[in-house]
Design a protein around this ligand. Sequence first.
Ligand code: GDP
Length: 530
Amino acid sequence: MTNRPELPPEIARRRTFAIISHPDAGKTTLTEKFLLYGGAIQMAGQVRAKGEARRTRSDFMQMEKDRGISVSASAMSFDFEKFRFNLVDTPGHSDFSEDTYRTLTAVDAAVMVIDGAKGVESQTQKLFEVCRLRDLPILTFCNKMDRESRDTFEIIDEIQENLAIDVTPAAWPIGVGREFMGTYDILRDRLELMDRADRNKVAESIEISGLDDPKLAEHVPAHLLEKFLEEIEMAKELLPALDHESVLNGSMTPIWFGSAINSFGVKELMDGIGTYGPEPQVQSAQPRHIAPEEKKVAGFVFKVQANMDPKHRDRVAFLRLASGHFERGMKLTHVRSKKQMAITNPVLFLAADRELAEEAWAGDIIGIPNHGQLRIGDTLTEGEALRVSGIPSFAPELLQACRAGDPMKAKHLEKALMQFAEEGAAKVFKPTFGSGFIVGVVGALQFEVLASRIEMEYGLPVRFEASQFTSARWVHGAKDAVEKFAAANKQHIAEDNDGDTVFLTRLQWDIDRVDRDYPDVTLSATKEMM
Ligand code: GDP
């Protein structure tokens, strides 16, 4: 990834990113502070608390309340200095799912938040690896420095070793735990002092001229200063200096130290995202890639949130604009169906509010209310038959049979399951033999979530039971080869929700057998959503 100098200024100022972290590291708190400094909300606390007044302001907010979910938090836009930030939320549950992966296809960078006392935790590591697959630039925020934390070198070493990425300090902490008093901003040669008394106050900045500036001693007690100078000396010797190109290609991460809850270090991080983070990037697509500066609008759906209103069955598709300047009312071609869609009510999510998006630029995320036409992986263009690639669908790791409590309601069940399949919440397979459905998910918790949503949104009690199958593989090959294979293995064959052929089994041996006996077909654990 490189920054492309020729981007129009409106596009060049956009930074679209996600936060990756382990639960409890401080993602929500940091998001609130981002919004606070982005001027999007008046007071921190609204992301979590969301005043009742705000919630009831529109029906939409009421739906969110009923569902107990926060839809507007799926994508948030705010301005900071000359930048427009688009923060895309990664699903919060600890069950790692495709949802998360797809969310990361819609961003150009990730902010990795770690807890200074805990270092790199399991969920962070998993999410990092997903970012690595796309060489996403990563900016790191080491949070909770106001508490007892690990030694700075130890934290940096751990990131370098566990994640195999170069780490360059953008700031260096002064004092630890109760003695933590702030950081030295290496990039700007400044001292940032934390105010423990006022959590919403922006840190005091003191310009200094080099590490031998006597001003340092005026502000930092001698015993802390001595240790700090020793450490920073060592850091300069042992750690690489910031190299913008390496940050952009994902091989180096700058690290900031702070305390989100004390509003400390957040502005410096935001400034870092703006200054060192990537502009909107080229999107891979077939038959050609899409560059952000192209005049014509193109975008792709990376998330669908369905049933926001159980009565109306409406959905919002989240579209990442890959190119151009979008204006409300535009007619775009839905490439999969070749149909035109007038985008009359696009939504932009500004913190706790949502607004009609009069316009949007490459890099932005807009929500498009629709009745089910838009699915994950769909591309919208001004006519050209482009299809964004790289949004995968994974073979589920857990399969269960799903039955309606009332057998007369099987048709309703099918409708409900198809709906969730399109939303990307589950894979649904209809075996050629027997009745019923096999539902596949990536994390066990998803079965419970599905059962309760089907009951709530469709008034349909369902049971999930052990299935005779444990693995699903998509069958690829020429049409007649796939048909021949399916005919010979009927007991194992199902259709997925797109009508594609799937091989179900409980034995790895079966998969090996197919590989050996049917050279004309291949079984795979992923398929591209198109
Ligand atoms: P999330 O699960 O990653 O979204 O984490 P939250 O933002 O909800 O934070 C988890 C807990 O850590 C909450 O109790 C926060 O108040 C607390 N927390 C967040 N940032 C800081 C910080 O800088 N210092 C301290 N001491 N606590 C923090």
